[in-house]
Design a protein around this ligand. Structure first.
Ligand SMILES: Nc1ncnc2c1ncn2[C@@H]1O[C@H](COP(=O)(O)OP(=O)(O)OP(=O)(O)O)[C@@H](O)[C@H]1O
Ligand SMILES: [Mg+2]
Length: 322
């Protein structure tokens, strides 16, 4: 695999709130800027919805159904789990394989989202002149990236318990993966925006200025002690607490490796603080690990940006039906 191009562009404040598109034009504008920056002629896109917009459920169905029968069965099962009228939702399913408990059955994963959530993203793509082909779910797209990393571990990661934290703007998501299964998931309200807001408050900057200066490190001398260290400590404590939840609510008693992803993963000192707090080897995850890097990509910038591209990279690697 080869990383040809990528781009990251900020979306205007308030245009997306809690994963919901509030101002379509502003989001489309960010997409257009990103496309221009990446310099790609590709117009077909895969996108993802946050898990808060999607209901997923594993169900068991007879193994000998035809594709059409599955559709009918999935619709009727779905109506039991979905708190909306079935014609208000987009519904999809995937047959996962034989059921562990019953040979004549298969496990099926169904995913449903309110049509308006999907339509919002389709509209944004179309406003930007793009052709949306796929709407996935963020944690599933992330898993494609994670699986690619795991496959490069000794023995393909067999027997290893991995904790992957996606530390974004306002939330951190933990997925614990063991032998190809996500055995635990948790979301907590911790993200890089907290540090940006502290910078705004202490130095009287706009949010945009604070964001830039946070990344460049161009801040007064007291920044490290007053803001960065407390933020990093709080983050490490939060992450360690999530692992405690994992231990106390599952039969598992250890994790072998912690991988940090999401834009805030590269916050200076965070990985070290997590190692200190948890005594678990901790690394910053790059979804591009093991890939060739194209000439259009600056490797130095990529190393800083890579963890934030966990979901995007998964979407780019995703298979799809024509
Ligand atoms: N070089 C950097 N140093 C420190 N923080 C950074 C850096 N680059 C990005 N961030 C922070 O990462 C966060 C954005 O991460 P990411 O792109 O993963 O979030 P998101 O997916 O938009 O948000 P969420 O997952 O919460 O919806 C921001 O708070 C940003 O300030
Ligand atoms: Mg995110």
């Amino acid at each position: 695999m080869r990383l040809e191009r990528y781009a990251i562009e900020p979306i205007e404040r308030g245009a997306v709130v809690d994963g919901n598109v509030e101002r379509h034009e502003a989001v489309a504008d960010a997409l257009l800027r990103a496309l221009r920056k990446a310099g790609t002629s590709t117009r077909q896109v895969a996108m993802a919805l946050p898990s808060s917009s999607v209901i997923t459920k594993r169900i068991t169905l007879p193994a000998d159904l035809t594709e059409d029968d599955y559709e009918v069965q999935v619709e009727s099962e779905a109506s039991q789990y979905i708190p909306f009228a079935i014609d208000e939702v987009n519904l999809d399913f995937q047959v996962l394989g034989p059921s562990a408990t019953d040979e004549t059955s298969v496990d099926v994963l169904l995913a449903a989202s309110r049509k308006e959530k999907v339509d919002d993203r389709v509209m944004v793509a179309e406003l930007a002149g793009l052709k949306p082909l796929i709407i996935d779910v963020e944690p599933y797209a992330a898993r494609i990236s994670i699986d690619n990393i795991i496959s490069q571990l000794p023995a393909g990661g067999e027997g290893q318990i991995l904790a992957v934290f996606d530390i974004g703007q306002t939330a951190t998501r933990l997925a614990v993966v063991y032998n190809g299964q996500t055995v635990f998931e948790r979301e907590q309200p911790f993200g890089g925006n907290q540090l940006t807001q502290e910078i705004v408050r202490l130095y009287g900057l706009t949010a945009e200025e604070a964001e830039l200066k946070k990344r460049s490190g161009d801040l007064p001398e007291n920044y490290t002690k007053e803001l960065l260290h407390p933020f990093v400590e709080a983050g490490a404590t939060e992450l360690a607490r999530s692992l405690q939840f994992f231990f106390s609510s599952t039969p598992y008693q250890r994790v072998d490796r912690i991988l940090l992803a999401g834009g805030a993963a590269v916050t200076p000192g965070l990985a070290e603080a997590v190692l200190q707090k948890t005594s678990v080897p901790t690394e910053i995850l790059s979804p591009f690990q093991g890939m060739e890097i194209g000439d259009a990509v600056s490797e130095k910038q990529m190393n800083l940006d890579a963890p934030a591209l966990l979901v995007s990279c998964g979407l780019a690697m995703r298979r799809f039906d024509q």
